[in-house]
Design a protein around this ligand. Structure first.
Ligand code: NAD
Ligand code: DAU
Length: 353
C-alpha cells in the first residue's frame, strides 16, 4: 500500500480518488482535518476497503511510527501542509509547525522505518514530497520560466516554510540515503478546491452576488494546471522518477489574474446567467497582498523529457469542467463556506477595502 498525507485536502483528495480509480493498491490516508481537510471530498470511497483513513498529525512521531510499522507502505506521498499564502501572512505559526516541523517529524519516522527495511524493500521505497513553484520566488516579465536549477528565493511565510521542507527532504536523501522525490508545481484548479483560493472564491462570490476581489491591479501572473494533471504527474514521478531528483510540474499556461477572472465570469454568464448584465460587473479592485509575487511560470521540460508527462487538459477545457463542477456541487460549497470560513473572509477582506 501507499501512505498519503493530507489526502482530505484539495489536491490530496483528488489524488486518492484518481489513484483508486486507476489501480487497486490500497491507500492509507493520514490527515489532521484542519479547516482545509474535508471527508466529504472522499465520500465516493465510503465502504471501499482499499481506503483507510486515519485522522492525525504528520508531526505526531508516535502515531507515524505506529502507522508505518503496522501498514508497511512501499511509498509515501506527502501533501499535508498549510497551503494558503494569505493565511500565512495573517498567522505564520501553523505554517512553521506543519510545513517545517511536521515534515521533519515525518522524515524522522521514515528514517527509522527505512532503516529496518530489507535491501529489496529499500530499493523500491519512495518518499515523494509535494511542493510548490513559489519556493523559487517571483519572476520579472521577460525572465525565462523556473527550471529545477533556479535558485530558491521564497518571499512569503508559506513559500519559505515549503522551501525549508524541500531542503529537509533533500538532506534526508543526501545524508541518510532515503529515496526521495520532490515535485514543484504551479497553481492547481479543479473540483474540491477550497473557496479561499482565487478560482473557487470567484465562482462562489459571483453566484452569491458578492464582489469579486482582485488584489492590486490584477496583472500578477500565475501558471494554471488542472488538478487531475498534477495527480497524473505525481503518479508518473512516483513510478519512474529518479530518487534524489526534483521535477517541476506546470501547465504551460501563464495568465494574469484579471484574465482568469474574466474567463470564469464569461463561463458563468453562459452556464448560469444573472437576471441581467454580466458577472464581470461584480469585479472590485482591493488592497494588494503584502509582498505579492509578480509572476510564476514553470519550465516543465524535464518531466516531459525524462518521464514523458504532459498536461492533458488545456485551460479552456479544465476551467469549463471546474465551473460546471461547482455549479453541480452547491451543497459541497455551502457546507465548506459556513462557520469558520466566514470568519476568515472577514479577517482577510475587511482591511482591503
Ligand atoms: P489544502 O490546504 O487544500 O489541503 C491540505 C491538507 O493537509 C488538508 O486536508 C489538511 O487537513 C491536511 N493537513 C494540514 N496540516 C496537517 C498536519 N499537520 N498533519 C496532517 N494533515 C495535515 O492544500 P492543497 O492545495 O491540496 O495542497 C496540497 C499540497 O500541495 C501542499 O503541500 C501544497 O503546498 C502543495 N501545492 C499546492 C498547490 C495548489 O495550487 N493548491 C500547488 C503546488 C503545490
Ligand atoms: O503556485 C502554487 C501555489 O498556488 C500553491 O503553492 C499554493 O498552495 C496555492 O494556494 C497557490 O498560491 P497563490 O497565492 O498563487 O493562490 P491564490 O489562489 O491565493 O491566489 C492566486 C492569485 O490571485 C494571486 O496572485 C493572488 C490573487 N488573488 C487571490 C485571492 C484569494 C486575488 O486577486 N484575489 C483574491 O481574493
Amino acid at each position: 500500500m501507499i501512505l498519503v498525507t493530507g489526502g482530505a485536502g484539495f489536491i490530496g483528495a483528488n489524488f486518492v480518488l484518481d489513484w483508486l480509480r486507476e489501480c487497486d493498491e490500497p491507500v492509507l490516508n493520514l490527515d489532521k482535518l484542519t479547516y482545509a481537510g474535508n471527508l466529504e471530498n472522499l465520500v465516493a470511497l465510503k465502504g471501499d476497503a482499499r481506503h483507510v483513513f486515519v485522522q492525525g498529525d504528520i508531526g505526531d512521531g508516535v502515531l507515524v511510527a505506529d502507522l508505518l510499522a503496522q501498514h508497511r507502505p512501499r511509498a509515501i506521498v506527502n501533501f499535508a501542509a498549510e497551503s494558503h499564502v494569505d493565511r500565512s501572512i495573517h498567522g505564520p505559526g501553523e505554517f512553521i509547525q506543519t510545513n517545517i516541523v511536521g515534515t521533519f517529524n515525518l522524515l524522522e519516522g521514515v528514517r527509522a522505518y527505512f532503516g529496518k527495511l530489507s535491501d529489496l524493500e529499500k530499493a523500491a521505497f519512495r518518499f515523494l514530497h509535494v511542493s510548490t513553484d513559489e519556493v523559487y520566488g517571483s519572476l520579472g516579465e521577460v525572465e525565462p520560466p523556473f527550471a529545477e536549477t533556479h535558485q530558491y528565493q521564497p518571499n512569503s511565510p508559506y513559500s519559505a516554510s515549503k522551501a525549508a521542507s524541500d531542503h529537509l527532504v533533500r538532506a534526508y536523501h543526501h545524508t541518510y540515503g532515503i529515496p526521495v522525490l520532490t515535485t514543484n508545481c504551479s497553481n492547481n484548479y479543479g473540483p474540491y478546491h477550497f473557496p479561499e483560493k482565487l478560482i473557487p472564491l470567484i465562482i462562489h462570490n459571483a453566484l452569491a452576488g458578492k464582489p469579486l476581489p482582485i488584489y492590486g491591479d490584477g496583472s500578477n501572473v500565475r501558471d494554471w494546471l488542472y488538478v487531475g494533471d498534477h495527480c497524473a504527474a505525481i503518479r508518473r514521478a512516483l513510478a519512474s522518477g529518479m530518487p534524489g531528483e526534483t521535477y517541476n510540474i506546470g501547465g504551460w499556461n501563464e495568465m494574469t489574474n484579471l484574465d482568469v477572472v474574466h474567463t470564469v465570469c464569461d463561463l458563468l454568464d453562459a452556464l448560469s446567467p444573472r437576471s441581467s448584465g454580466s458577472y464581470r460587473e461584480q469585479i472590485t479592485y482591493v488592497k494588494d497582498r503584502p509582498g505579492h509575487d509578480r509572476r510564476y511560470a514553470i519550465d516543465a521540460t524535464k518531466i516531459e523529457r525524462e518521464l514523458g508527462w504532459r498536461p492533458a487538459e488545456t485551460f479552456t477545457s479544465g476551467i469549463e469542467k471546474t465551473v460546471r463542477w461547482y455549479l453541480e456541487h452547491a451543497d459541497w460549497v455551502g457546507n465548506v463556506t459556513s462557520g469558520a470560513y466566514r470568519q476568515w473572509t472577514e479577517t482577510n477582506y475587511a482591511d482591503r477595502k
